[in-house]
Design a protein around this ligand. Structure first.
Ligand SMILES: Cc1cc2nc3c(=O)[nH]c(=O)nc-3n(C[C@H](O)[C@H](O)[C@H](O)COP(=O)(O)O)c2cc1C
Length: 313
């Protein structure tokens, strides 16, 4: 059981954690305090896509605590977006300086800003000068190397972010290998308990150990772990692992909602993409391959459900 008062965030994952997934997850499993919304890519013309507008609409997020997120290097754009988010009724929003995609970083956005401390400082000076809404930030620990972290942390800690989520990898490390949990220890020097740990938390034990090791953490953010085991946040709070029946209900509800929104073919594609996560994370490699084959070959949601296995306690 994790200590009271620690928050669990569902990490934003573009193309995966849409409004349907957030709503069904909270209804069936719970345990998550805040759902991160995948980033809005801001432009000079402020033209958000239909999908981005729907994703952030209050109707799409009714009854959920969500954290909208922006990707930009321009303070004026960010302030304008924050005013709009405030007018939609949200109490807080997030700035993404962690996205490692080369198409994003090449243009100096996302974690591209980590390689340009002066540009990052300009953005933050500009946005905190008359901030319309409390702002949090999601970062990595450096662009090329973890050695950049102390200076980067000092830079970020100088601003009144409501919280700071740290994915304990560099941009170069993308999403696999090279995780640096020890880098999080430095955040204990900040007088405010506002740092959230993110990166490779896959089991309730991982969550508990992280919060034991870093008692100053405000909480944890979990992404792929919750895709592989949607009951992970509930389990971290002492609840039970998902049964096969619950998982079937989860995938069936997701498919039905996606089919209603996008049509059967796209819904099946989304379902298959999501179901790869629990299969891949099975401890027995043979079993994992067998289940992945079932998903690959499936031509209906019912055929996909043959790959469902209960979460091991
Ligand atoms: C497919 C995918 C899409 C992602 N999209 C976003 C995003 O829109 N905003 C963001 O801040 N992070 C995004 N991330 C990063 C995750 O939020 C998270 O920081 C990362 O997966 C590490 O956490 P985990 O090991 O718990 O998954 C994405 C990650 C993946 C795998």
């Amino acid at each position: 059981m994790i200590p009271a008062g620690k928050q669990i965030f569902f990490a934003p994952m573009e193309g995966l954690t849409d409004g349907v997934l957030r709503r069904v997850h909270s209804q069936l499993f719970g345990g998550v305090d805040v759902y991160g919304l995948p980033f809005h890519k801001l432009t000079h013309t402020f033209s958000l896509s239909t999908r981005e507008k729907r994703d952030v609409s209050p109707a799409e997020n009714a009854g959920l605590s969500v954290l909208p997120q922006a990707l930009t290097k321009d303070a004026e754009q960010l302030r304008r977006w924050l005013s709009w988010i405030r007018d939609l009724g949200y109490p807080m929003a997030d700035l993404n300086i962690g996205c490692p995609s080369p198409t994003v970083t090449r243009r100096g956005r996302g974690s591209g800003l980590l390689a340009e401390p002066d540009a990052l400082r300009r953005l933050l000076d500009g946005v905190f000068d008359g901030l319309p809404l409390p702002l949090s930030v999601k970062t990595r620990i450096g662009f090329e190397s973890a050695e950049e972290w102390p200076a980067l942390l000092e830079l970020l800690a100088a601003y009144p972010f409501s919280h700071i989520t740290v994915h304990v990898r560099t941009t170069r490390e993308q999403y696999t290998g090279g995780v640096h949990p020890e880098a999080f220890a430095r955040t204990a020097d900040d007088p405010r308990e506002r740092f959230v740990f993110n990166g490779d938390l896959r089991t309730p034990e991982d969550v508990r150990r992280t919060l034991d090791t870093f008692p100053h953490a405000a909480g944890v953010m979990i992404g792929r772990g919750l895709l592989a085991d949607p009951s992970l946040a509930r389990r971290a709070r002492g609840g039970k692992p998902a049964s096969a029946e619950e998982l079937r209900a989860w995938y069936t509800a997701l498919y039905a909602a996606w089919a209603g929104r996008f049509g059967a073919s796209i819904a099946l594609g989304r379902l298959k993409k999501l179901m790869v996560w629990p299969c891949e994370s099975r401890p027995d490699a043979h079993e994992a391959q067998r289940l992945l084959r079932i998903i690959r070959k499936a031509d209906s949601p019912e055929a996909c459900l043959a790959a469902v296995r209960p979460i091991d306690p």
